[in-house]
Design a protein around this ligand. Structure first.
Ligand code: FES
Ligand SMILES: [Fe+2]
Length: 356
């Protein structure tokens, strides 16, 4: 009888020591949990991190704050509540909490001082609301992420992202592995990547690539990014350098090209586990594109760029979700990875994350 090539035993000799897809993300970092635009003044929303509910509140005055997302009374979702001045009011029985998580409803609070919610360090920057998800005593010591191009007027930034049904490690690997150009060949033409080298340290892996177009026409969106029409790909082969860095737990992609001082594109991206098993993640991406010499040209062409990046993201999403589905079907990770950069990245994600 023929063997079923998808049985676990066929792959077990080469199985990884610990399954990367069971590695929990390290909570001792600042994670974006929502876009600023999602949280209007005197509004509250429910957000999640690795199965835990939090409520983000933008009070009448001052900065937003974050509390545990389930009411201390009977665990109704506080994101369904209403904001009254600086207080969040539960939609269940109307208890009100202040930004210190203390229940301040008259009578109740004195009778039940235990009605309080855990508070979480919260900061807003670049159109994102960040929460420190680990040991709160570390919040001020852990560096806050930096994405200078977002505030730079020479750039325009697209904020994008949605929930992707896979473990965050698939996202890191997908972006770092530029050998997946075949996936995007219908959108960008035939691109031949050349790996230039990598660097790695305790908390990062960085890989550099350059590309040559070996077939197909340059898409308009690419011309907008480089500020240059490139009718014959051969003249421009290997002139642009793409650097991808996982600086745990974030990722940064940068494209530089000859003759332009600053990067023509910079992407800062974070993947935030949603469910307890961490097999879904919400993407928060800040894609900054350098403005062209002709004023407003980038603004005029913005919808084209948005549509293009959306389609690229759709293709990437499809592939990582297929990989995750295979992991579920097979009951574990059977990747036979041969590219040293990706193996280095997998080690980093295991080392910096938390074993199950
Ligand atoms: S569940 Fe919130 S007040 Fe009762
Ligand atoms: Fe891709």
């Amino acid at each position: 009888m023929e063997n079923d090539s998808h049985t676990t035993s066929d792959h077990s000799e080469c199985a990884q020591p610990t399954d990367l897809r069971r590695t929990r993300i390290n909570p001792d970092f600042w994670y974006p949990l929502a876009w600023s635009r999602e949280l209007g003044r005197e509004k509250a929303i429910d957000v999640r991190f690795a199965g835990r509910h939090l409520v983000l509140v933008r009070p009448k005055n001052g900065a937003p704050y974050a509390l545990d997302g389930l009411c201390a009374h009977r665990q109704v979702l506080l994101g369904k509540g209403s904001v009254q001045g600086d207080l969040i009011r539960c939609s269940g029985h109307g208890l009100r909490y202040n930004r210190d998580g203390q229940c301040v409803s008259p009578n109740v609070s004195t009778k039940a001082p235990c009605l309080r919610l855990k508070t979480w360090a919260c900061r807003e920057k670049g159109g994102l609301i960040f929460v420190f998800m680990g040991d709160q005593s570390l919040a001020d010591k852990i560096p806050f992420p930096d994405f200078p191009k977002v505030e730079d007027r020479k750039y325009r930034t697209r904020r994008f992202g949605e929930v992707v049904n896979c473990h965050y490690s698939f996202m890191h690997e997908n972006l770092m592995d530029m050998n997946h150009q075949v996936l995007h060949s219908r959108l960008v033409g035939k691109m031949k990547p050349r790996f230039l080298g990598m660097e790695h340290g305790d908390d990062f892996v960085e890989a550099c690539y350059t590309f040559a177009r070996t077939g197909g026409k340059q898409p308009l969106s690419e011309a907008l990014i480089y500020g240059q029409r490139r009718p014959d790909g051969r003249d421009f082969a290997y002139r642009d350098v793409m650097t991808i860095r996982t600086q745990y737990p974030y990722q940064i992609l940068r494209i530089e090209t000859q003759g332009i001082e600053e990067p023509v594109m910079e992407l800062w991206i974070s993947y935030v586990p949603q469910d307890r098993e961490e097999l879904t993640n919400r993407v928060f991406g800040l894609l900054s594109i350098k403005r062209l010499k002709v004023p407003f040209l980038l603004d005029l062409a913005w919808p084209i760029l948005v549509a293009f990046t959306e389609r690229v993201f759709f293709e990437d999403r499809e592939i990582v979700e297929l990989e995750q589905a295979a992991w579920k079907d097979l009951g574990g990770d059977h990747n036979q990875e041969v590219f040293p950069v990706i193996n280095q990245l997998r080690d980093l994600l295991r080392r910096c994350g938390q074993a199950e």
